[in-house]
Write a protein that binds this ligand. Sequence first.
Ligand SMILES: Nc1ncnc2c1ncn2[C@@H]1O[C@H](COP(=O)(O)OP(=O)(O)OP(=O)(O)O)[C@@H](O)[C@H]1O
Ligand SMILES: [Mg+2]
Length: 497
Amino acid sequence: MHPARLGPYLIDRKIGAGGMGNVYLGRHDVTGQIAAIKELPAALAREEGFVLRFNREIEAMRKMNSPHIVKLYESGSDDAETYYYSMEYVDGETLSGRLRRERRIPWKEAVQLCLQICSGLKHAHDEGIVHRDLKPSNLLLDKNGTIKLTDFGVAQVFAAGRLTFTGAIIGTAEYMAPEQVDGRRTDRRSDLYSLGAVLYTMLVGRPPFSGGTAAEIMQKQRFGQFDAPRKFDSEIPSWLDDIVCQLLEKDPERRLPDAFVLSKRLQELLKKMELKHSTDESRSLSESGTRLDLAAAPRRFFDAILMRDLVKSQISSDEPETFFGRISNNIWVLVGMLLLVLGSVVWLWPTERSLDRDPPIVRSGQQSEADRIVQMARIRWKGGDAAGAQYLLKNLRAVIVSDADQFHFVRNIDRLLASIRNHRGTYQRAFIRTALDRAHRMMLEEREKADGIWRGIIQLYRDDSSLQDLVDEARSQLATLPTRSEEGEHSSIPAPW
Ligand SMILES: Nc1ncnc2c1ncn2[C@@H]1O[C@H](COP(=O)(O)OP(=O)(O)OP(=O)(O)O)[C@@H](O)[C@H]1O
Ligand SMILES: [Mg+2]
């Protein structure tokens, strides 16, 4: 049984139920406006401070006006026990409903939906409102494919209440940012984390972290690692993988800073993929030669050529033919020119794979400052100066890490740093080990020479932290010689600089 009326609304039917109460479809008895009306349970209304928080949040929500945020109409109470608020009725389904039916959403559509959510989120954040409970059931899809965010600020209304930790809102744990789990301060970046989890769910078909209990999921939000979406579907571009992973960073500082930057990154991704797609197509066209399979061409193609030829012949019958006219009349010359243009795009465009493999050295024919530093680091590394290469890369990283547009570049720097770390000292260690063993064999018969080896090792490698164990070994051997100290010997071999 549903109530016949809530405030001025005549209730038609119940359309849903959530952790906080029932949602009804109703009509305003004076204006006739259709609305979704959410009734809050009486137990909540009795909670201390609830009414104050409720009114404050409702006021904030009323300020928002975006096509991607469910519009709040009004709020009220029928008696001291029944609180409700009415909002725009979205004729469609929730994102969770769609995911239940289809499990996953193709990546391009997921990106388009995410762009719409970004638009709503940016608007709210600009108004100083953080959602705090962004999840598929709070995203409503209408029949035209528009997505709208709902329940803004509701989490805040209930945040201080004891009901927050009842089973009622346990589902939210899957989309909760680590700082929220920890009870630390939340801000717009917490919403970006939740949006990352929503995007992940759309791409993969399940949230990044799941578990038997809310506590288990929350623990994973804080410390767990998830598999990148591309692991489940190789169609997902690695650029999108990067964006999702950056949204799901545990540390808010490492996330994309806001919804606007996220939307720019998503738009850029779509453009890059479009270009990649067209260059792939032109590549396969050039691979099969300039031969066009006219038999396979769609009929409209011929219609267009025919129409063009008719118009042209009409014009050219009145004009003497020029050299360029002759060229442009030749379809094969035009196809050749098109291939030439596309070919140069393929040549100049750094492919996704090449970006993944190496930091780009030359971009658009101009060597950027960051490229130059990476190249210097590579030269140093190849020359055996791993410490110098790390020094350059770490400083470069520090300079560009806060620039969201450089995310790919930073990732490649991290990869390079990891390879240097993994290989660092491999050759040096073998070299030092051999010398130490030689010194050990000599120390009884030819002390002077052994002494020289240890001192040389200390001098050469004392600043390299990855080789400290070997340097310490040389030091302790040197200390067994009663007559000379390490420092005393420093001066006997002058440094070349
Ligand atoms: N503005 C609306 N227009 C149309 N249907 C709505 C609207 N708001 C809510 N609903 C429906 O009511 C259902 C319950 O929504 P409600 O927000 O109460 O629960 P929930 O989002 O699933 O969980 P939670 O209580 O954690 O927010 C939704 O799943 C949706 O089907
Ligand atoms: Mg909801």
